[in-house]
Write a protein of this length. Structure first.
Length: 322
């Protein structure tokens, strides 16, 4: 039985992993996709394009530590399902250390027998990577990459881009660097490339085949809210604008799929530090239960402050009735 190729998509918070995943899924294939999110409320699964591929969400922890066993169990279940599978695509959370994930594919008997790591593809945010390198996870994601997708090159000038490329090359001289805008890369440049080499990984981490515990920076946390009542778009915009001005330096990632009063389409919100981006998304279907999901990941987050601000954006029931 030939082994199934597996691609791991990694990269720090907000780099563009889900954008890359959607690009990969736009090609005809029979992938089995596993999406891992740090928080208990899943956002990325709602942003993945509608395909015939099976999407498995692993929330409330990183697959490098707290939900690592869930990753192994999910892959085993898919292998036993009897469905046609061409390959696996795994999108890690933005805070995942790739080393324990790689280790799972080598040390687990079922995974090592049935799957073959094809490549570790790391998406790098050209605009924010310099500040993100203070986090160990961002450094590890770059170090273990077979392909470095240098994304958002349209948001920086040429001198800055050259500086980032030099730094990436210094940290990982073996990886292929591909500059992109909106993760615009050819399918054959990231999938089915046979780039993973255990010898290179052992040079980076000689202890990777030994059981190790990965611990995240305890000052970094996640706050997530789910609200069934519609939101006021003006109030929401005013609040998140003030929020990034006040705590943007410590706000690594903000993302949401929101239900606005009187709007037929959901609204997709992204934020990285001081940068905010929002756009209308898919139309809410009659069979769907409308709600707003929003997630914040950052350092020393004040959950009560965030909850109070978010609740001020909810449209009162009496206003809707009138």
């Amino acid at each position: 039985m030939s082994k199934l190729k597996t691609t791991i998509l990694t990269g720090f918070l907000g780099a563009g992993k889900t954008t890359l995943l959607n690009r990969i899924l736009s090609f005809e294939s029979s992938e089995r996709v596993i999406v891992n999110e740090y928080g208990e409320v899943g956002i990325d699964g709602q942003l993945v394009v509608q395909t015939n591929d099976q999407i498995v969400e692993l929330n409330n922890g990183c697959i490098c530590c707290t939900v690592r066993d869930d990753l192994i169990a999910a892959i085993r279940a898919l292998l036993q399902s009897g469905r046609q599978i061409d390959r696996f695509i795994i999108e890690t959370s933005g805070l995942a250390d790739p080393a324990p994930v790689i280790q799972s594919f080598i040390l687990d008997d079922v995974l090592s027998a049935r799957l073959e790591l094809d490549a570790i593809v790391t998406v790098v945010d050209a605009r924010h990577i310099e500040g993100q390198l203070a986090q160990e996870e961002a450094v590890e994601q770059i170090s273990f990459a077979d392909v470095l997708l240098l994304n958002k090159v349209d948001l920086v000038d040429e001198d800055h881009l050259l500086q980032v490329e030099r730094d990436l090359r210094r940290r990982n001289p073996l990886a292929r660097i591909i500059p992109t805008k909106d993760c615009g890369v050819a399918f054959e440049d990231v999938v089915g490339i046979g780039a993973f080499d255990l010898k290179n990984v052992l040079e980076i981490d000689p202890q990777i085949l030994e059981e190790q515990e990965h611990e995240h920076d305890q000052t970094i946390g996640c706050v997530a809210f789910r609200e069934p009542e519609p939101l006021d778009p003006v109030a929401l915009n005013s609040w998140v604008t003030r929020l990034v001005q006040d705590i943007g330096a410590d706000l690594f990632r903000m993302k949401g799929v929101l239900s606005f009063a009187g709007e037929a389409r959901r609204y997709v919100l992204h934020g990285i530090h001081m940068t905010l981006e929002g756009r209308p998304g898919k139309v809410w279907q009659p069979s769907e239960i409308r709600s707003s999901d929003i997630v914040f990941i950052g350092r020393n987050l004040d959950e009560e402050m965030l909850r109070a601000g978010f609740e001020r954006c909810i449209v009162p029931r009496q206003a809707l009735a009138s």
